[in-house]
Each structure stands twice: as C-alpha cells, then as structure tokens.
Design a protein around this ligand. Structure first.
Ligand code: SF4
Length: 289
C-alpha cells in the first residue's frame, strides 16, 4: 500500500524542504489552515509562497495578510522581477490564452522553480477528494508533490467550513470563481462584468491592453496570428466591450426571473451551492487552486 502523505512528510530526509504554494484561492488557503490545525509538526517546517504576477486583485493581498496572521508565518512573495507589460512585449504582444499560456510559465512556474532551486522538496497541493484534476506541478525530479486533501477525503464543503472557521472566504468569490490575474482569460463573461463593476480601473486597463494589440488577427483554433480572422481579444467570444454587454443582458434576464422569489441568502451560502470550478482550469493549478 502506498504511503500516506503525512508519512512521506514526516519521514522525509533532513534537508528536505516543505513548500505550500498559496494561490489566493480557497483550496490552497484551506490546505495551509488544515495542515497547521491538524499536522502542526509538518506546519512548523512549512515554507509558504505566493507568486505575485503584479496583476493581482487587492482582495488576494487581503487574503494573504489574514493567512499570515493565522499561520503565524510569512508567506514568501515571489515574482518574475519584470512586470506583465515586459513579458507581453517579449511575447510579440501576443495576449496569453488557454492555448498559448506563456503567462503561467514565466509569471508563476519559473519563479517557483527558482525559489526551490535543486533542493529536495515536498510540495503540498490542495487538490480535493471530490475532484479529478491534474495539472502542471513541476517536471523537476527533486520535487515530490503530495495531495493531503485528496488522501484525507476533504471535499469542497469541508474547504468552505475550514475557511469560515479561520480566515474567512476570500472576498472576490462574491463575483469571481477563481484567484489569479485581474485580466485572466479563464474568466467567464459575468466575471468580466464583475471586474468592471468592482474594479473599473483594472477593467479599463485590460480593455486598453486588448485595444493595443487588437490590430493583430488571431486564430483561436490554432493559436496562430493571421492576416484575417477573428480579432485578437482576451475572450474568444469577442472584445471585452462586447463581452460585458452580453453579460449585462444575461444579468437583466436573470434578475427578471428571480424578482418573484427574492432570497436573502448570504453570498457565502449561495457560493457553496454553485457549480465547482470550471474544468477548463485543470492545468492552471498554480494560479487558482
Ligand atoms: S491567472 Fe490567468 S492570466 Fe494569470 S498567470 Fe494564471 S493563467 Fe495566466
């Protein structure tokens, strides 16, 4: 029988580093709390890190501050040392997309791999028991990933309970289903609208970025630039301006349907009943877990 994650952790040779990446999302935050509460001996050795893309929401920093206080340990803030605009230029002004996700590689994975170097490492990953996700952790042979939630039978409902009993559910879940950059192309249409309402300055920035590269043409099927074809946008359904118009229309329709059965449920309760994270996120663990 294969060993339990905590046996691997506790039996790891001296010199092994124990690292837990905090994405700003619910699962990694809950994992840090869970290990501190139930496996203090392992938490004592833990190094927490957060890879800051420089395009994070204030709500993410607020979550990190609360977690640091709860964990009573610093969360190492890693960065690629250059801002997103630099990397955009380096990638020929090609906005990242699901099929050309250079952003994760340069803004998230590289800083993480620099942080651990060639040290032997156990990386604690918050994939839950009720999900079937895979994703890039690292190809480095010195990094061994373990999945405490998965092995301990911790499911989505437990994650919310862990957070409610400790640092609270990150505020951005009121309008967004994941952490990550404010312009993340994984956002749904209604989440772009949420960004526009809650952070109009950031929405405007994303809009300008899109407009600056919109002269280029892009084929969403092959991820190649074309002389003709669809415009080059954050979302394959159209420009951000078009996206939020569609989202506003849908919102109006929804409000119309709901007006007869008004509810006063807390947003945290509504969130728990919603669908889980989009399966398309599967390869984006380091950004949004
Ligand atoms: S959050 Fe989205 S935009 Fe940011 S690095 Fe991850 S995949 Fe890219």
């Amino acid at each position: 029988m294969s060993k339990k994650w905590y046996e691997l952790a506790l039996e790891a040779p001296i010199g092994t580093r124990h690292v837990l990446g905090i994405s700003g999302g619910k699962d990694s935050a809950a994992l840090a709390v869970y290990i501190k509460d139930h496996y203090p001996q392992i938490a004592d050795q833990m190094e927490y890190f957060f890879t800051d893309t420089g395009a994070e929401l204030q709500e993410v920093y607020d979550t990190l501050d609360k977690l640091e206080a709860y964990l009573d340990k610093p969360i190492n803030r890693l960065s690629s040392t250059r801002d997103f605009d630099h990397w955009l230029t380096m990638h020929d002004n090609m906005l990242p997309s699901v099929k050309a996700r250079w952003c994760t590689r340069v803004l998230k994975l590289k800083p993480f791999e620099d942080f651990v170097g060639d040290d032997p490492v156990i990386s604690y990953v918050g994939i839950r028991a009720d999900e079937d996700r895979e994703g890039y952790i690292s190809h480095k042979s010195t990094i061994k990933a373990v999945f405490p939630f998965s092995q301990d039978g911790i499911i989505r409902e437990d994650v919310f309970r862990i957070l409610e009993d400790s640092v609270g559910i990150p505020e951005y879940y009121k309008w967004r289903s994941r952490s990550g950059c404010f312009f993340c192309f994984f956002q749904r249409q209604d989440e772009w609208l949420g960004l526009k309402k809650r952070h109009p300055d950031l929405f405007q920035k994303a809009l300008e970025m899109e407009q600056n590269v919109s002269q280029r043409k892009f084929d969403w099927g092959t991820s190649k630039r074309l002389e003709s074809g669809k415009g080059y946008t954050w979302h394959q359904s159209g420009t951000l301006e078009e996206i939020v118009i569609k989202a506003e229309e849908k919102e109006k329709e929804k409000k119309g349907c709901k007006s007869s059965k008004k509810t006063k449920a807390k947003w945290q309760d509504i969130l728990k009943d919603e669908m889980d994270d989009d399966p398309e996120d599967q390869a984006c663990l380091i950004c949004s877990l």
